[in-house]
Write a protein that binds this ligand. Sequence first.
Ligand SMILES: Nc1ncnc2c1ncn2[C@@H]1O[C@H](COP(=O)(O)OP(=O)(O)O)[C@@H](O)[C@H]1O
Ligand SMILES: CC(=O)N[C@@H](CCC(=O)OP(=O)(O)O)C(=O)O
Length: 261
Amino acid sequence: MNVIKIGGNVLDNPAQLDQFLTDFAFIQGPKVLVHGGGKIASDLSKQLGIEPNMVNGRRITDDDTLRVVTMVYGGLLNKNLVAQLQARGCNSLGLTGADANVIPAHKRPVKDIDYGLVGDVESPEQVNVRFLASLAEQGLTPVFAALTHDGQGSLLNTNADTIASTLAVALSREFEVNLVYCFEKKGVLLDVEDETSVIHHLQPDNYAELKAQGSIFAGMLPKLDNAFAALQAGVNAVIIGHAGEIQTIAAGEKAGTRITL
Ligand SMILES: Nc1ncnc2c1ncn2[C@@H]1O[C@H](COP(=O)(O)OP(=O)(O)O)[C@@H](O)[C@H]1O
Ligand SMILES: CC(=O)N[C@@H](CCC(=O)OP(=O)(O)O)C(=O)O
């Protein structure tokens, strides 16, 4: 089973997205697509006069922002991705974590920062794996938007990398799962400006070193923290790579950065 996450920069690039979806549709066997869309939500937010506010890579989500991300992630992006996959013969089903109660979550508790209507997932054990397995049995590919719910009637904005790793860990109970983070670069780079500097293998000790010297920063930090946590919790393999190389990655051939413990 492949759990594949696609980030906001690729979703905002029609040519790259088109190619990615064509390649994704070709991948054999059960698969799950998780999408972000932070960049598109920020653009629409600004157009509506709501200034985006990101802290530690997470969006501070007030009532108006939740409306925007619900429209963008749950509506615009999710439904268009499903339509585009249908056009490629990939029978897919658009979902949030609220649908079939697949991903129970709670509002992130206020510590130093109040993130507002942001979700932390309960735990992979609470994911409705049976439902996902039944979709796989029917040949349906779930497409997840970055939204969960609090069980009390509110949707919660939830980081898409975290949704992908949570689903990957949960599905590892029934499947051998490969988790792939696709984005707009060729992998984790030694020098973020140099696409030829792909780190082919990343382990916790060299991650700590590269983090300390500032070569790995910003959105890549939570992505890698999620990646190591997923491996520790039973995911078979985690790869971070370019959306344009998904076929090579899914075939188990050398591309992107392979994360190992
Ligand atoms: N060493 C690195 N290699 C590649 N990208 C890095 C690195 N360090 C930081 N980054 C940044 O991490 C970003 C990816 O994280 P993020 O924006 O959260 O991705 P996504 O598009 O998947 O949501 C890249 O666009 C890049 O700017
Ligand atoms: C709480 C939180 O920060 N949620 C993210 C969800 C979208 C996301 O993760 O999008 P990318 O993968 O494209 O960055 C956000 O609103 O930006």
